[in-house]
Write a protein that binds this ligand. Structure first.
Ligand code: ZN
Length: 147
């Protein structure tokens, strides 16, 4: 199987069977809503922190397959990570989407999120792929301000 086909499968799987979908509207969760007007993507995420650990990530919304699947992949990738680790993974994801090469360790950390590597060739879709990740980045930033 070609790598590209494998990546396409990951994206379609997360699009059809989204993980961590649905919001709880619980005060213990930090909620961030982001909209991508160029495509119509609309994503809300909820993040629950336990000290330094991202205990839970939930996502919900509507949009294209790239955006919705990426939100699902993001939730799986960042759940259980420390805030520090998550911030690094998010930064690596943004770098990858901009077409920057990553070393093997960073690729391993990104896991299924590597499926969006090819998006760097489609600038119009970059916002779709990064929307949920930006929401999570924002949730983690806001979390620090509270302390
Ligand atoms: Zn989109």
């Amino acid at each position: 199987m070609k790598l590209e086909d494998l990546y396409r499968q990951v994206i379609m799987d997360h699009y059809k069977n989204p993980r961590n979908k649905g919001l709880v509207k619980d005060p213990n969760y930090k909620e961030i809503h982001l909209h991508n007007p160029s495509c119509g993507d609309d994503i809300t995420i909820e993040v629950k922190l336990n000290g330094d650990i991202i205990e839970d990530v939930l996502q919900d919304g509507t949009g294209c397959s790239i955006c919705c699947s990426s939100a699902s992949v993001m939730s799986e990738t960042l759940k259980g990570k420390t805030i520090e680790e998550a911030k690094e993974i998010i930064a690596d994801f943004f770098n990858m989407i901009q077409g920057e090469p990553l070393n093997e360790t960073k690729e391993e950390e990104l896991g299924e999120a590597l499926a969006y590597k090819g998006v760097s060739q489609f600038p119009a879709r970059i916002k779709c792929a990064t929307l949920a990740w930006k929401a999570c980045e924002k949730a983690l930033e806001d979390g620090e301000e509270d302390e």
